[in-house]
Write a protein that binds this ligand. Structure first.
Ligand code: NAP
Length: 248
């Protein structure tokens, strides 16, 4: 069984949805967690309480990870609190969907900054600490939209495709330092991000998923935990689809 006993993990956007699920999965397996959030302080504190309830350690840290000073402060707080970082999960993300003719440039910028720039900024800050220890696991949460493209999501798809390139480039850069960098590409998972989709569209989407259902937060959390584990030591630069077969 994968264990994270004694490991320190930073999960961005861990107050809600998939990030929360990843934080709890790693904590359940013994990791101490830095629960990053931006707006949802109460939800983040609840995740901390849940980890502590399992007998684990956790710390909620507010940081807008699309901003360099915040990203640096997040990693500094984690290292000050726990001495090092073993695992970084770049999960924080957002959408501003629209067809390109109606999409505002600021919606493009917000999504690329929140999803892609944040992944670059937090990785940069964390790699410094991981290199010193010659150990690290970075798992970036991309999306099926970054692989297949999704109409109405030119900004989001571009940001998620960017994460795939970043993952592979960084994997090559830091491999010799004992750091692996991989990505998980979820298909459709019910969270606040996707709860607004019309029922008809959801039904139509299901028809195209070979496994016939949406993914669960746990499906994504377990795949992420695997890539963050010692068992995945020989895997780097890989994009693991967790999509019920939708993108194959
Ligand atoms: P969600 O429920 O909307 O949660 C998003 C999380 O990101 C929240 O915890 C939010 O924290 C945090 N966040 C947003 N902007 C942030 C910022 N600037 N700084 C720090 N944290 C920030 O979304 P989700 O569905 O769980 O998505 C999580 C990740 O999975 C995203 O990268 C998303 O693109 C990806 N994904 C989701 C699906 C899906 O079907 N749901 C599919 C493929 C990929 P606060 O509320 O505290 O601001």
């Amino acid at each position: 069984m994968m264990t994270f006993e004694g490991k320190i993990a930073v999960v961005t956007g861990a107050s809600r949805g998939i990030g929360r699920g990843i934080a709890l999965e790693l904590a359940k397996r013994g990791a101490s967690i830095v629960v990053n959030y931006n707006a949802s302080a109460d939800a983040a504190n609840e995740v901390v309480a849940q980890v502590e309830g399992m007998g684990g350690k956790a710390l909620a840290v507010k940081a807008d990870v699309s901003q360099e000073a915040d990203a640096d402060a997040l990693i500094k707080t984690a290292v000050d609190a726990y001495g090092r970082i073993d695992i970084l999960v770049n999960n924080a993300g957002t959408t501003r969907d629209n067809v390109i003719m109606l999409m505002k440039a600021e919606d493009f910028d917000t999504v690329v900054q929140t999803n892609l720039r944040s992944t670059w900024l937090v990785s940069k800050a964390a790699v410094r600490s991981m290199m010193r220890k010659r150990y690290g696991r970075i798992v970036n949460i991309t999306s099926i939209s970054g692989i297949m493209g999704n109409a109405g999501q030119t900004n989001y798809s571009a940001s998620k495709a960017g994460i795939i390139g970043l993952t592979k480039a960084l994997a090559r850069e830091v491999a010799s330092r004992g750091i692996t960098v991989n990505a998980v590409a979820p298909g459709f998972v019910l969270t606040d991000l996707t709860s607004g989709l019309p029922e008809e569209l959801t039904k139509k989407l299901n028809e195209n998923i070979p496994l016939g259902r949406w993914g669960t937060i746990e499906d994504v959390a377990q795949a992420t935990a695997f890539l963050a584990s010692d068992e995945a030591a020989y895997i780097t630069g890989h994009i693991l689809s967790v999509d019920g077969g939708l993108a194959m």
